[in-house]
Design a protein around this ligand. Structure first.
Ligand code: NAP
Length: 245
């Protein structure tokens, strides 16, 4: 029998990068994965490429509570009750503080922080009834340290830390765990924009001396949502080559 044994696992932003690696690792561990992204086509393609059976892809903007409720309803009707939620969808709209537009601040908070809240609220009713569930929020080391030019993004990620701990405290007695991973610098589309000198500068801050890959986050993610982590809740695990310690 596989470790996750047919548990339905929702991965927001599962069509690319870190989310895609998490979806693949969960599928490998036996989960039935629901891949969520704004592009339904990309989400469905990513779901079709996962190992095993029973996966699905869904078009949904995590920032929109109505779309989220409808999507969770569709997942539960089509794949079964949700046992695992990975809030991974995220965006950046970097700018220095004085130039940052209201829309840049609001869009990032809406997708990264409100999106995680929307999905958490939508799945927890069922999890509470079943007295079982594991929620994982993908935050960032900049949510712990702050970062010049990312006031919006760092605030959204710090907010996810507060969300993680509050959900963990509120729902522990109902059999639901909630943890977070704070990735450091991981090679994906999101970090593609950095030039060589920016990458060099970053490498100087990473004790292990290398950038991370999406699979490094996926390893930790599967552990934290699996029964092996049954005594861990409310924690933020930095997976960052030692950047923040
Ligand atoms: P990515 O390659 O840009 O992928 C982002 C994913 O999120 C895509 O699947 C995208 O699909 C989805 N998405 C974005 N906005 C969405 C929305 N409003 N509703 C639904 N889906 C949405 O990003 P990544 O680098 O893998 O990052 C994944 C997570 O890790 C993010 O939360 C990010 O902040 C965090 N993180 C990344 C790094 C890093 O170094 N890469 C470091 C720390 C933290 P659609 O475009 O189809 O919507």
């Amino acid at each position: 029998m596989s470790e996750l044994d047919g548990t339905v696992a929702v991965v927001t932003g599962g069509s690319r990068g870190i989310g895609r690696a998490i979806a693949q690792a969960l599928a490998q561990a036996g989960a039935k994965v629901a891949v969520v992204g704004r592009s339904g086509e990309s989400a469905q393609r990513a779901a079709a490429e996962l190992p095993g059976e029973g996966h699905g892809g869904y078009a949904c903007d995590v920032a929109d509570p109505e779309q989220v409720n409808t999507t969770v309803g569709a997942i539960e009707a089509g794949q079964g009750p949700v046992g695992i939620l990975v809030n991974n969808a995220g965006i950046t709209r970097d700018n220095i503080l004085l130039r940052m537009k209201d829309e840049e601040f609001d869009e990032v908070i809406a997708a990264n922080l409100k999106g995680a809240f929307n999905f958490t609220r939508a799945v927890t009713r069922g999890m509470m009834k079943r007295r079982a569930g594991a929620i994982l929020n993908i935050t960032s080391v900049v949510g712990l340290t702050g970062n010049a030019g990312q006031a919006n993004y760092a605030a959204s990620k710090a907010g996810m830390v507060g969300l993680t701990k509050s959900v963990a405290k509120e729902l522990a007695s109902r059999g639901i765990r909630c943890n977070a991973i704070a990735p450091g610098f991981i090679e994906t589309d999101m970090t593609d924009a950095l030039n060589e000198s920016q990458v060099e500068a970053l490498l100087g801050q990473i004790p292990l001396g290398a950038l991370g890959g999406p699979e490094d986050i996926a390893e930790a993610a599967v552990f934290l949502v699996s029964p092996r982590a049954r005594y861990i809740t409310g924690q933020v695990l930095a997976v960052d080559g030692g950047m923040v310690m």
